[in-house]
Structure formats: structure tokens, C-alpha cells
Design a protein around this ligand. Structure first.
Ligand SMILES: Cc1cc2nc3c(=O)[nH]c(=O)nc-3n(C[C@H](O)[C@H](O)[C@H](O)COP(=O)(O)OP(=O)(O)OC[C@H]3O[C@@H](n4cnc5c(N)ncnc54)[C@H](O)[C@@H]3O)c2cc1C
Length: 382
């Protein structure tokens, strides 16, 4: 077990020395970043949110945000895998039975167990909080058949926080969360992830075919999955996804500044791109977008961790705003990167593709704005 300050320093070290140098290879080969995870695990980062009594650092949203942002600055595929692991371990720590926590959390804290979220289904798409699959209950116990459409770390993670409607649910929000091990009979992944960006995070579909569900792996009381998604998963995922966007934008800003200060014109007596007023203007726009996104993220975390009653609006908004900021930064960075960036040199093009995922990963930016609009107008969210 390490304290949070030590972990933040270790995360910076592993991100710059291991994740960064491998980022282009992970992207181009679409390989799951196993070596990166091993290095992060050995440094204690997989136990960041796990309570100290189970061997973790017991850190919270603020530290998670810093860690994810740094990882995303160097390799966003790895950052997304880590974010899903953090969300899953937060749910297990908050809602798991004591036996389940003893079984999973110490191994996760040692970096020997990777977990993730398996929520989205074709039948409800980005509206992940209303699964269409349902637990079936008969004489031999509970069983689940479900088709999950995108699961980060599919087939790579050791366990999956799976959402489904509870048996005989009266409404779509009467749901359950179960921790399903990869070794469960009936668990399969379908195909390989061929996404535009985040190419290394193995976000493939997976199937649960008549999988036996064990009461000891139910996360929280039966029928309370929706509440757990809103109270535990949503703040961690939203803040973490916003942190991924800010991290990508930070990496892109640095790469763009490095390019425009070193790209020089012979025809202009060796003057760098940086001397051109329009280039300075675009640089300023990137800096301001990034600063505004980072400030909103910081304020959201402050509200969410201090019990501010208005925190939920910001928790909803911050993912959308930071996704937009990352895209605004990346579109300018790609322009300034010129032929070099378009020719896929220097990492900007990879970051540009990676940044696109944030707008469509559920809750998508448009769905978030629908929620925020309803909340502002006093309308029910669901
Ligand atoms: C890289 C990546 C990793 C992922 N990892 C995971 C994971 O680990 N676990 C997991 O469970 N899922 C994961 N997902 C799935 C993700 O969370 C979404 O569920 C999925 O992207 C939804 O895709 P869809 O085509 O079904 O969206 P759809 O629901 O079909 O939506 C398509 C578009 O319609 C818009 N739309 C839908 N409803 C509304 C509305 N009411 N108002 C306005 N616009 C609307 C959406 O904004 C969206 O842009 C991942 C997705 C990606 C891309």
C-alpha cells in the first residue's frame, strides 16, 4: 500500500517512461496494453480507489482524475482501460459482499486482477442505465443471457460488472449489477475492436449465454443497480472520462507547441511557425479551451467531494464540456501540425482520433445535454 502522493509521482513516472513510448505501437497494432498495465499495477496504481483494508490506497475522485489525466496525456487507450477498472473497483468496494471484496480487491490492488464495466446493450445503446436483458429465475437458481455491445477490456479483464434487469422487473430501472468472472461458463467475446480511436482498449462486444449467477456476486441489494449506477458509477465515470479528454488535450497542446516552435521556414530566414500572428491566435485558443475545461473539472470534483447539492449538474456537464474542449484543441492542433500531423507523425493524429470517442461514449454529449436541459427546466430526467 502506498499513499496517494507517492502514487501520483509513480503514475507520472510510468506514464512518461512506459505508456508514452509505447503509445504509437499500441495504437497501430491495436494490441491490448498489457505491459503498460503491468507497470501501473506494479507501481500500485490499480489499487488507487481500493480501501486500505483491502490493500489499496483509499484515494478518491480528485486523485483518480489526476492519475487518469496524466495517463491519457501519454496513452489514452491505457487511460480508458484504467478508468473502467477504477469504476468497477469503486462499485465492488461500495456494494460487494465482504467475501467478494476479500476475493477480488486485494488481488486488484496488487495489480493481479483487472476489472471493467459491461453495461451497454444493443437494445438500449447509449442509454446504458436501462438494460434490456433480464435475470431468469427458476428452480436451479438465477441465470443470465445478455449481449453486451461494447466492453472495454473485453476478454482481457478478469471480472466484469454486468448490468441487467432484475428477475421479473416491473420497470427497466429495476436492475441488478453482478460481478461475473471471465472464467464463467457461457462467457464469450465476439470479434475484435476496430474503432476509430482508443485502438488498444479492446472495446469488443461480449455475450453471456445462460451464465449462472451467484448471490454472493450481486453488487448491492436486488433491484438497486440503477441507483448504484447513478450514485457510484456515474461520478467516477463522468469525472474520469472528462479527465481523459483533458489529458488528451494537454498532450496535443504540448505536441502542437513543440511543432510550431521547431518548424522553421528557410524562405523566411529561418523564422518558426510560432512567429506568425494567426498561429499565435490559434495557440491562445487552445490554451484557453484547455484552461476552461480544467477549471470546470476541478470545480466539479470540489462540488462532488464536498456534498454540494448542485454537484450532479456539473457531473453531467463536465464530460460533455471537456470532450468538446478536447475536440476544439485537437482540430486546431491538427491544423497547426500541417502535413506532419496529417502524415501521422508526432502523435497528433492518434490523439485526434482518440478524442472523438468521448462524445459517443455513454452518456453521449447530446444525451447529457438533454438531462441538463431537463434539470434546468425542472422536468423529470427519466
Ligand atoms: C471506445 C468505447 C469504449 C466503450 N467502453 C464501454 C464499456 O467499457 N462498457 C460499456 O458498457 N460500454 C462501453 N461503450 C459503449 C458506450 O458507452 C455506448 O453505450 C455506445 O457507444 C453506444 O453506442 P450506440 O451506437 O448504441 O449509441 P446509440 O444509443 O444508438 O446513440 C447514437 C447517437 O444517438 C444519440 N442519441 C441517442 N439518444 C438520444 C437522445 N435522447 N437525445 C439526443 N441524442 C440521442 C446519441 O447521442 C448518439 O450520438 C464504449 C464505447 C466506445 C466507443
Amino acid at each position: 500500500m502506498s499513499d496517494a502522493t507517492t502514487l501520483l509521482a509513480a503514475n507520472q513516472q510510468v506514464s512518461s517512461k512506459v505508456l508514452g513510448p509505447a503509445a504509437d505501437t499500441v495504437d497501430q497494432s491495436r494490441a491490448f496494453p498489457r505491459d503498460n498495465l503491468k507497470a501501473l499495477g506494479q507501481a500500485g496504481l490499480m489499487g488507487l480507489l481500493i480501501p486500505a483494508e483491502y490493500g489499496g490506497a483509499g484515494a478518491g475522485l480528485a486523485e483518480m482524475s489526476q492519475v487518469i489525466e496524466t495517463q491519457a496525456q501519454y496513452c489514452s487507450s491505457t487511460a480508458m482501460v484504467m478508468l473502467m477498472h477504477y469504476c468497477a473497483t469503486a462499485v465492488i468496494a461500495a456494494k460487494g459482499s465482504e467475501a467478494l471484496k476479500r476475493q477480488v480487491l486485494p488481488a486488484a490492488a496488487r495489480g493481479e486482477h483487472l476489472s471493467t464495466l459491461a453495461f451497454s446493450e444493443a437494445g438500449s445503446g447509449g442509454h446504458f442505465y436501462v438494460p434490456v436483458s433480464e435475470v431468469s429465475q427458476n428452480g436451479s437458481g438465477k441465470r443470465l443471457t445478455a449481449s453486451k455491445s461494447f466492453v472495454t477490456s473485453a476478454g482481457e479483464a478478469d471480472s466484469y460488472v454486468v448490468s441487467t434487469r432484475k428477475a421479473h422487473a416491473a420497470s427497466p430501472t429495476e436492475s441488478d449489477l453482478y460481478l461475473v468472472p471471465k472464467a464463467a461458463a457461457g462467457f464469450t467475446t465476439r470479434g475484435h475492436f476496430q474503432g476509430l480511436g482508443l485502438s488498444g482498449n479492446a472495446s469488443a462486444p461480449m455475450s453471456l449465454d445462460d451464465v449462472a449467477l451467484d448471490d454472493a456476486s450481486l453488487l448491492g441489494p436486488e433491484g438497486t443497480g440503477f441507483q448504484t449506477m447513478m450514485e457510484v458509477v456515474l461520478p467516477h465515470f463522468q469525472v474520469g472520462a472528462a479527465s481523459v479528454s483533458v489529458g488528451i488535450a494537454t498532450g496535443a497542446f504540448q505536441a502542437a507547441c513543440a511543432h510550431i516552435t521547431t518548424r522553421k521556414y528557410e524562405h523566411a530566414g529561418g523564422a518558426a511557425l510560432a512567429t506568425i500572428p494567426r498561429v499565435q491566435f490559434l495557440t491562445a485558443e487552445m490554451a484557453v479551451e484547455l484552461a476552461a475545461a480544467r477549471a470546470y473539472l476541478k470545480e466539479t470534483i470540489r462540488k462532488a467531494t464536498s456534498g454540494d447539492p448542485t454537484a450532479m449538474l456539473d457531473v453531467l456537464g463536465v464530460k460533455a464540456k471537456c470532450a468538446e474542449a478536447a475536440n476544439a484543441v485537437l482540430s486546431r492542433a491538427m491544423t497547426l501540425g500541417g502535413g506532419s500531423a496529417f502524415g501521422r507523425r508526432g502523435g497528433l493524429e492518434r490523439m485526434f482520433r482518440d478524442a472523438q470517442a468521448a462524445a459517443v461514449m455513454a452518456p453521449s454529449s447530446d444525451v447529457l445535454k438533454e438531462f441538463i436541459g431537463k434539470a434546468c427546466l425542472g422536468l423529470p430526467l427519466f
